[in-house]
Design a protein around this ligand. Structure first.
Ligand code: ADP
Ligand code: MG
Length: 480
């Protein structure tokens, strides 16, 4: 089958749950994991006589993300009712800004194989979440949990300008990094705080009109966004090549079969009877408000990575890695303010520190590591008092657990390297004596064995022999 004549067209709709304390229109908590139906005031339940009141924090967050994505911030806004019936929508309508988004246009830059591509946004708007229907708890019953109903969301909608699953993968990765960076959403896809619907169509290469699209829903990880899009593109091409036509549908991705399944056909014009919610005041965004939000924004990750390269001479890779996560970037900055071995700091953070954090599912704010202790640890490596491997495997875990001076730890555990040449010479001699066969091989030309000898001395000295002195001494003895 010739798939190369087709081009995929993709547009993504991402829903980001906002990190407010309370719901969009009432004081119910939105904390994840509470007992079902415990965060449900009469307002959430849509009881007669209740009145919604806008949580202005959600508007702050919308403008924050809008500015971070170079959107136009709309001055005059209101909320509308989108009417439809669904069991997890107790009011019978969703309050949304579907037809009048607070942020228009905008861009998110991504990198594909090192080349920048600008993803065009159509809009970012505020809306409330629905409750949750739980179908898999009982065989013949569906349970409803309304805790989530009324949670503030931002919907971030791209233009149909992506052309591969890899672009979609990179876009959602960038967007997740951004919402976390500016503190509007925790980006946790497993818990549903970030959800992605992928709209997919295909057309023959060279064509400019859009093909019929399918919306793939319920994709719960970035990896699955990629897989779902690939599966849907494949299905569409096979369908069209087999003489069929794509129908406009909502589909769902099944991870187990790696296939999308049709859920419902989408009629062209759903009548949601939008109208401005009469219970809510329209809201206007002043220029002063926009300026104050702008001033509160941190330096964004791409710009900060540039600054790291300029200021500290870091490589593209190191700078980008450090700017994957704001708390890591901040920690690097703090350490770099007191120690000028920038490359050493970057290596230590991106190596052993990150490994520790990943293995223990922790963030750098959740451990006791202090910038001054990391700086001191790097200093004693640079001074030859301990080597990197002892520093990372023995001292780091201790200064991660408690605020302690690395030098003191090294002394207490007897880890300081010795440059006492007599002591080192004894270790070197012992190793040479113990390995006559290897020594003979080395002398016949197998020079790579030097690593083995250094390793043996390291073991014998329990990491206390400075590897550089050991290597020099071994080389001179073996070559003599
Ligand atoms: P709907 O009204 O069905 O939600 P929208 O026009 O609001 O459709 O678009 C929703 C998303 O689908 C956007 O991200 C848009 O870029 C994308 N999209 C629209 N048409 C297509 C298409 N033909 N192929 C792929 N994506 C599309
Ligand atoms: Mg839509």
């Amino acid at each position: 089958m010739d798939t190369s004549k087709y081009e995929a067209v993709i547009g993504l709709e991402v829903h980001a749950q906002l990190q407010t304390n309370t719901k969009l229109f009432c004081g119910d908590s939105i904390l994840f994991g509470a007992e079902p139906n415990t965060q449900v005031s009469p307002i959430t339940l849509g009881h007669p006589g209740t009145l919604p009141k806008t949580n202005t924090k959600a508007i702050d967050f919308a403008v924050k993300l809008g500015l971070a994505c170079n959107c136009e911030i709309v001055e005059k806004n209101y909320f509308a009712r989108k009417n439809y019936f669904y069991p997890d929508l107790p009011k019978g309508y969703q309050i949304s800004q579907h037809t009048t988004p607070i942020c228009k246009g905008g861009t998110v830059p991504i990198k594909i194989d090192g080349v920048e591509k600008i993803i065009q946004l159509n809009r970012i708007h505020i809306e409330e979440d629905a409750g949750k229907s739980i179908h898999d708890l009982y065989d013949n019953e569906t349970c409803i949990d309304l805790n989530r109903a009324g949670t503030p969301l931002l919907e971030i909608v791209t233009e149909p300008c992506l052309h591969s699953s890899e672009e979609a993968f990179q876009y959602v990765t960038e967007l997740r990094k951004l919402v976390r960076w500016i503190g509007v959403c925790d980006g946790n896809m497993e818990q549903g705080s970030l959800r992605c619907d992928a709209n997919v169509s295909i057309r023959l290469k060279g064509e400019t009109t859009l093909g019929t699209k399918v919306e793939v829903k319920n994709v719960n990880s970035i990896r699955n966004v990629k897989r779902a899009i690939d599966a849907e593109i494949k299905r569409m091409i096979e369908l069209v090549e087999g003489g069929g036509t794509v129908t406009q549908q909502t589909r769902s991705y099944d991870v187990n079969t790696d296939k999308t399944i049709g859920i419902r056909d989408k009629e062209d014009a759903n009548d949601y009877r939008y109208f401005a919610d009469p219970d809510l005041n329209p809201f206007h965004i002043t220029q002063e408000f926009v300026s104050s939000i702008q001033a509160s924004l941190p330096t964004l990750p791409n710009k900060l990575a540039e600054e790291f390269k300029q200021e500290f001479g870091l490589s593209d890779y190191d700078a980008a890695q450090l700017c994957e996560d704001k708390s890591i970037a901040d920690f690097f900055n703090k350490t770099a303010a007191i120690n000028s071995n920038y490359k050493g700091i970057a290596n230590f953070i991106l190596g052993p520190v990150k490994q520790y954090l990943n293995e223990n599912s922790l963030s750098i704010d959740e451990i006791s590591l202090q910038a001054n202790n990391l700086s001191d640890l790097i200093k004693i490596i640079d001074e030859g008092k301990v080597n990197f491997s002892v520093a990372s495997s023995k001292i780091l875990p201790i200064i991660i657990a408690e605020n302690k001076s690395p030098l003191q730890v090294a002394q207490e555990l007897n880890l300081l390297q010795t440059n006492d040449s007599n002591e080192i010479e004894d270790w070197v001699n012992t190793v040479i004596q113990n390995m006559p066969d290897k020594v003979a091989e080395y002398k016949k030309g197998k020079k790579g064995l030097i690593g083995l000898f250094v390793g043996e001395v390291k073991k014998l000295s329990k990491g206390k022999a400075d590897p550089k002195i050991v290597t020099d001494l071994l080389t001179s003895k073996l070559n003599s």
